[in-house]
Design a protein around this ligand. Structure first.
Ligand code: ARG
Length: 399
């Protein structure tokens, strides 16, 4: 009888390589390894060959960059998503897409479930498993690393015994997750929250000491909340993001060092690099301020915040997400125009903006004789605006 099949989320690293063999040994399933490249630019052919050599009955490599940009980065950009005001969710937005692909492969291959290599103390196990259950609750889920309980040494011994190639640098000092929206780096020396992250923790950004002395200006154009061109050159989303990572990184833009509240209750010290994400969110927010009335901007901040936490908490595929997204998309109809940004020594400051939907009126704002604002109307407005405060003050002055 043919064995049951399981789809393994495969990164090509030691853990998921060992998992191919371990799943066969301990569960007797046939393993289909599935690698999804969201911008790490690994060699798919080398990964495929490696997975099959270790014993996967099949290895499938998928390039998900364009879909990540279109269906996951764009909605979070429109929602200005920055978890705890700092982290652009680069890892978090990749998880629902990875799951979507794994579920598709499971269906296509007639597999009974999905295996992943997340640890038992992170957010990603939650995201991956909740997303699987949202898309197909009938699939079995295996959290391999959580289950096997091997120490690092035991894992390496197991790999040795089974001829599983061990990376030359046995202990990469960090745990990394990267895609085109940014890079997360944890563990090793970073666990001491007092110690400054060493330069080796960063790969996308130049240290400020070595960035150009000359500032560089960028012009980013948006249509309905979507960035469409850079410095006058129309670009697809992936190219635009990659270009901004490049130029932002050159100016040291995008480094984040903070203590983050994980969903599972732990606080963790995180080092991120998100040049394009931070520049785009900054530019997008500024264009919203130019084109949306105050009440919309104010209310949208609350919706953005809720969306952000929903993404962080693994609830991308949920009814609340869809509803918030509908609100956000409606607010984007006016968000078209250009933003001018100055990059210099790690900063990305908006220095200019223009839009056909601009609500900024120079005639209303000016202090020159072109002023069209009705100064007399201000007197009556202030009187009524302050009335309840005034009444309260009068009553309580007595006592
Ligand atoms: N803490 C971040 C998140 O939960 C990033 C985790 C990244 N994973 C890693 N292996 N560095 O979204």
């Amino acid at each position: 009888m043919a064995k049951e099949k399981i789809v393994l989320a495969y990164s090509g690293g030691l853990d998921t390589s060992v998992a191919i063999k371990w799943i066969q040994d301990h569960y007797g399933y046939d393993v289909i390894a599935c690698g999804i490249d969201l911008g790490e630019d690994k060699d798919p052919e080398a990964l495929r060959i490696k997975a099959e050599q270790i014993g996967a009955i099949k290895a499938i490599m998928i390039n998900g960059k364009a879909e990540l940009a279109e269906d996951y980065i764009l909605p979070s950009l429109k929602g200005n998503a920055l978890y705890e005001g700092k982290y652009p969710l680069s890892t978090a937005i990749g998880r629902p897409l990875i799951v979507k692909k794994l579920v598709e492969v499971a269906h296509q291959e007639g597999a009974i479930g999905i295996a992943h290599g997340c640890t038992g103390k992170g957010n990603d196990q939650v995201r991956i498993e909740v997303c699987i259950r949202a898309l197909d609750p009938s699939l079995k889920i295996l959290g391999v690393i959580r289950d096997w309980g091997m120490s690092r040494e035991e894992e390496i011994a197991y790999a040795d015994k089974n001829n599983i190639p061990i990376p030359v640098k046995k202990d990469n000092p960090f745990s990394i997750d990267a895609n085109i929206w940014g890079r997360a780096c944890e563990a090793g020396v970073l666990e001491d929250a007092w110690v400054e992250a060493p330069e080796e923790a960063y790969t996308m950004t130049t240290p400020i000491e070595n960035t150009p002395d000359q500032a560089e200006y960028l012009e980013i154009e948006f249509r309905e909340g979507r960035p469409v061109s850079l410095n006058g050159e129309p670009m697809d989303l992936v190219s635009l993001i990659e270009s901004l990572n490049e130029v932002g990184g050159k100016h040291g833009v995008g480094r984040i060092d903070h203590i983050e509240n994980r969903l599972v209750g732990i606080k963790s010290r995180e080092i991120y690099e998100n040049p394009a994400a931070l520049i785009l969110i900054n530019a997008h927010k500024e264009l919203e301020f130019l084109t949306q009335p105050r009440v919309v901007s104010e209310f949208k901040t609350i919706i953005d915040q809720r969306l952000t936490n929903l993404i962080y908490d693994g609830l991308w595929f949920s009814p609340l997400f869809t509803a918030l997204e509908a609100f956000i998309n409606d607010t984007q109809k006016v968000v078209s125009g250009k933003i001018r940004i100055k990059l210099h020594k790690g900063t990305h400051m908006v220095v200019g903006r223009q839009s056909e939907n601009s609500l900024y009126s120079e005639q209303l704002a000016t202090y020159t004789e072109d002023d069209s604002f009705d100064h007399q109307a201000a007197t009556g407005f202030i009187k009524l605006w302050g009335l309840s405060t005034e009444v309260f003050a009068q009553i309580h002055k007595k006592s």
